[in-house]
Structures are given as structure tokens and as C-alpha cells.
Design a protein around this ligand. Structure first.
Ligand SMILES: Cc1cc2nc3c(=O)[nH]c(=O)nc-3n(C[C@H](O)[C@H](O)[C@H](O)COP(=O)(O)OP(=O)(O)OC[C@H]3O[C@@H](n4cnc5c(N)ncnc54)[C@H](O)[C@@H]3O)c2cc1C
Length: 491
């Protein structure tokens, strides 16, 4: 029987959920408080330029394409370009290390920059191959809303094999003797806002995956995925409401029965929350459902630039390491202060995609990991941003200042205003006790028909992983609906 499902939030999690649920034959209403869908998948547009505001690195292409296909979209509509080299890491001592998808080129590069570490790299890749397969099946593809399904003998064995009890940095000591190389394979925890000195070694699988599965670029920018999904939402008849907020749910016992949307009461059989989990629960007055104290991921200061030239020699993705990576991480995650000498990431997509800027011009993006939280008033930290632009010019983009046509800055204060938990960019921190069964699950506790999807929900952050969270959520929701129907029939 056709049911009605209301989804609160049109981020990637909400959109993919809507498509799965619609495909199963239900009526779906997708409510987005902003004018546009996509959430963190968005563009900054200015003077005929556009650049991704958030995600830039396309990982796990097979997961991404697989899910897109499952929700009925021909995957040829995704114009994915494989990047090889993957990216370059610039160290303060002048060393430059480039990562490649091609194994032979990678080994040559390791031998050039870190002689004698090539065998260790091969050992890293070999050991991670099995761990990735096991980890993916055991954790990424399963929901743990019923806790007992996590604490099985097999899962515990896999967790031991994944060295989940160690941190990323300490687990890498087994392979790499040079600290710079360890940093090169640990910094990826920052993609999901985690501290490599604290995050579980499970997250070493991210740096493995870059080599094993590649890094891609979506032509037109990652946020053009939103247009593709939006087209499909319209084609299949999802009822999309923009500029409307789900303000509250009305319950009868443990069952949500109505959503209050902009003062109107809308009935449905099931409801999905796509806002950033702990902050969304608070906004919806549902704190009682989950009283755990969660830790946010790191925040980012983002600098977006429109330039009147193209830096043809600068790679698409680049990391510039500060003098002491560990000190930067302490400032972000422990002392929670404005970093003094931060490592940062740059995105220079115009060299492969001229559609982003007027002819002969380009866009450039700098991401600087900073503490989340409300305690820093970033509006007063203008010197910090200016100093970072100076460093960018000095370390990789000569004559940058004179090439700037426009500049925009985003800080954790903006993320907080957008409803992200504690202004963290990536959802809950990927600590061991906020991962797997310990992360909020796709079904909200103590409710019969309220579900959650998104970066703060299992399996975690990053576009393909959030899509996977939508897939898990939809399968749990549909199973519940089926079982409810059966109960009714037999009664
Ligand atoms: C700077 C940055 C860089 C990143 N880089 C990468 C990267 O390179 N690769 C990668 O894969 N990932 C990256 N990510 C992570 C990725 O963007 C996120 O994991 C993903 O987009 C999160 O999707 P989501 O559906 O959980 O939530 P969101 O994108 O936050 O969407 C939630 C939506 O819900 C809406 N909403 C909330 N509450 C309500 C309500 N009550 N009623 C109606 N609407 C509501 C919000 O307005 C929003 O549109 C990056 C993120 C950031 C911020």
C-alpha cells in the first residue's frame, strides 16, 4: 500500500532517500528550508565565476555510481574525470611529494622522495586491501539500529584486524619511518573532520582508497550532482517544497503522526530527519530522544577566490603542510585556538574545467582546518585570513594578490548559522566512540517511525558515504513499513 513519507532536509542524504523511497512506490515530500537543494553540496557564484563551496574530492566512485544507478539515473550523466596524479603535498622544508593512481609512477615517486620506503608502501597497500573489503561489508553496508547486530564475534574479529583500537597516526608507524610520509597518509581523517592522532585506524582506509579506487572530478564541479538528482526528483514526482522548514513533529505515543511545516500540519506514515543530527534534534525539540553528549568534527575557514589568470602549473588538489602538523591538530582539537601555522588544502579546478570562470580566468579555493565551536568570533580574525592568503601566494601561487578579482570567506560561524552541529563542517567527529554502532543510527531511538540520514549518522560523512547512509535508512524504513502492514493484515 502506498504510504506518505516526509523528509526534513534536501541535502544529499535527503535527496537520495527521497529517490529510494519514491522508487519503492511511496508518496514522498522533501522539505528544504533553503531556496536550493543540496545542503553542503553548493556553489559559490560571483561575477560569472563558480566554485564548489564544500566537497571537491570525489572518492569511492563505484559506490557513488552504483547508488546513482539504483535510484534510476543513468550513470553516464555523471561526467567523472579520473585524476592521475591524485594530488601533491608541499612540506615546509621544500620537499614536494605527489601521489599517483598508477602504481609504477607512485613507486618511482616514493623512491625519489622517501628512498627505502617503497616496500613499506606496498605492504600498506596489500594489508589494506583485505581490510577494506572486510570493513566495507561489515560496517559500511550494515545498519546497527539494532545494537546486537554490531556486537557479533565476526565483527569484533574484523575490528581487531582493522586495528580499530589504535589511532591512524600510530598504526601508520608500522609502515612508514619518515614522519612526513606518515602525515601524508594520516591527514585524510581531516576529510571527515577527525584528528589523525585520535581517530581510529579504520580511517586509514581513506588514504588507501585514494590509491586503490582513485580520485575523480565531476565536470562542472561536485555540486552539479545536485542538478542531476533534482532532475530525477522532478521526473519521478517527488513533492519538493523549498523555503519551508519542518519545525516539529507531533507524536501519538512513540509514533510521529504529523510534521509541522511552516505552520501547516502534514500527516505522514514515516518521517526522516536530514538536518545535522544533534543540532537537528534540538531544532525539532527532540533532545529527549537522544541525550548523549556528542563531539563535533573540526571546522574550516574557507577562502574562495576569483582570479584573472590561470595557474596552469598548480595541481587540482594540493596540500601545504605547516611546520608541525601535530601542533596544528592540537590547536584544532584540544586547545581549540586559532592555529598559528596551519596546514591547508587548495583546489584549483580551472586547469581541467574551463567552464568555471570567464576565459583566461580561474577559481581557487583554500580550506584551513580550524576548531569548531562558537567561542571564536571569526569576524574579528581578518588578519588570520590575510596572513593565509600571503602564505598561499608565497608557497604556491606567485603574484596571487594582484590576480584576485573577488574573494569570499566562510567560517565555522557560518556553518553554525546553517544548522551544522557546533559549526563543525563534517558532522560528528569520527572518533571510535562515535563510529559504527556508537554513531547515531538511521532510526531515531525510542520512536516507531522516525528516521535519520546524513553525515552525523552511521556510516558517516563524505558524499558517497552519506548516500550509503540514505540507502541503509531507506531499507530499514521500508522493512518497517512492510512489517507494519503485515501486523495490520494479520490483525
Ligand atoms: C568545506 C567542506 C568540504 C568537504 N569536502 C568533501 C569532499 O571533498 N568530498 C566529500 O565526499 N565530502 C566532502 N564534504 C562533506 C560533504 O559535503 C557532506 O558529508 C555531505 O554533503 C553532507 O550531506 P547531508 O545530507 O548529511 O547534509 P547537508 O548537506 O548539511 O544537508 C542538510 C539539509 O537539510 C536542510 N535542513 C536542515 N534542517 C531542516 C529542517 N528542519 N527543515 C527543512 N530543511 C532542513 C539544510 O538546509 C540542508 O540543506 C565536505 C564538506 C565541507 C563543509
Amino acid at each position: 500500500m502506498k504510504k506518505h513519507i516526509v523528509i526534513a532536509g534536501g541535502g544529499i542524504g535527503g535527496m537520495i532517500s527521497a529517490l529510494y523511497l519514491k522508487k519503492a512506490g511511496h508518496d514522498v515530500t522533501l522539505v528544504e528550508k533553503k531556496e536550493r537543494l543540496g545542503g553542503r553540496l553548493a556553489f559559490v557564484r560571483e561575477k560569472g565565476y563558480k566554485i564548489d563551496e564544500g566537497p571537491t574530492i570525489v572518492l569511492l566512485p563505484d559506490m557513488l555510481k552504483g547508488i546513482v544507478q539504483e535510484v534510476g539515473i543513468d550513470d553516464t550523466s555523471l561526467d567523472l574525470l579520473q585524476l592521475d596524479p591524485l594530488y601533491t603535498i608541499q612540506y615546509q622544508d621544500g620537499t614536494s611529494y605527489t601521489k599517483y593512481y598508477d602504481l609504477e609512477r607512485q613507486l618511482e615517486e616514493i623512491r625519489r622522495v622517501f628512498p627505502k620506503e617503497d616496500e613499506s608502501f606496498l605492504a600498506f597497500m596489500e594489508e589494506m586491501t583485505e581490510r577494506f573489503q572486510k570493513g566495507q561489508q561489515a560496517f559500511l553496508e550494515k545498519s546497527f539500529h539494532e545494537k546486537r547486530t554490531f556486537f557479533t564475534k565476526d565483527n569484533m574479529k574484523i575490528l581487531m584486524k582493522l586495528k580499530a583500537y589504535r589511532t591512524v597516526q600510530s598504526a601508520l608507524k608500522k609502515y612508514f619511518s619518515d614522519e612526513r610520509l606518515r602525515d601524508a597518509y594520516a591527514l585524510q581523517t581531516l576529510y571527515v573532520g577527525g584528528n589523525p592522532y585520535e581517530a581510529s585506524a579504520i580511517y586509514s582506509l581513506v588514504s588507501y582508497s585514494e590509491h586503490a579506487h582513485g580520485i575523480y572530478y565531476l565536470k562542472g564541479g561536485y555540486a552539479s550532482l545536485v542538478d542531476i538528482l533534482e532532475k530525477q526528483l522532478m521526473a519521478v514526482g517527488v513533492n519538493v517544497k523549498r523555503n519551508e522548514t519542518v519545525e516539529q513533529f507531533e507524536f501519538e505515543g512513540k509514533r510521529a503522526v504529523r510534521a509541522n511545516i511552516g505552520g501547516q500540519s502534514v500527516e505522514a506514515d514515516a518521517f526522516v530527519i536530514n538536518g545535522d543530527y544533534p543540532a537537528a534534534l534540538k531544532q525539532l525539540g527532540l533532545q529527549e530522544q537522544d541525550r548523549r553528549k556528542y563531539i563535533p568534527s573540526s571546522g574550516c575557514v574557507m577562502v574562495y577566490l576569483g582570479l584573472n589568470r590561470v595557474y596552469q602549473d598548480a595541481p587540482v588538489h594540493q596540500f601545504f603542510m605547516g611546520k608541525q602538523f601535530d601542533q596544528h591538530m592540537k590547536e584544532v582539537f584540544q586547545s581549540k585556538t586559532v592555529p598559528q601555522d596551519p596546514s591547508f588544502y587548495t583546489f584549483n579546478p580551472s586547469i581541467i574545467d574551463p567552464s568555471l570562470a570567464p576565459k583566461g580566468s580561474s577559481v581557487l579555493y583554500m580550506l584551513i582546518p580550524v576548531p569548531s565551536g562558537q567561542h571564536i568570533n571569526w569576524a574579528e580574525e581578518t588578519d588570520f585570513v590575510e596572513e593565509m592568503i600571503d602564505r598561499l601566494e608565497k608557497r604556491g601561487f606567485p603574484q596571487l594578490r594582484e590576480s584576485i578579482v573577488w574573494k569570499k570567506v566562510r567560517t565555522p560561524n557560518d556553518s553554525m548559522r546553517d544548522g551544522l552541529f557546533e559549526g563543525g563542517s563534517f558532522g560528528l567527529a569520527p572518533n571510535l566512540f562515535q563510529s559504527g554502532v556508537f554513531r547515531p543510527q538511521v532510526k531515531v531511538p525510542e520512536t516507531e517511525n522516525l528516521y535519520a540520514v546524513g553525515a552525523s549518522v552511521h556510516p558517516g560523512g563524505g558524499v558517497p558515504i552519506v548516500m550509503q547512509s540514505a540507502k541503509l535508512m531507506a531499507s530499514v524504513l521500508l522493512k518497517d513499513l512492510n512489517e507494519r502492514k503485515e501486523v495490520k493484515r494479520s490483525g
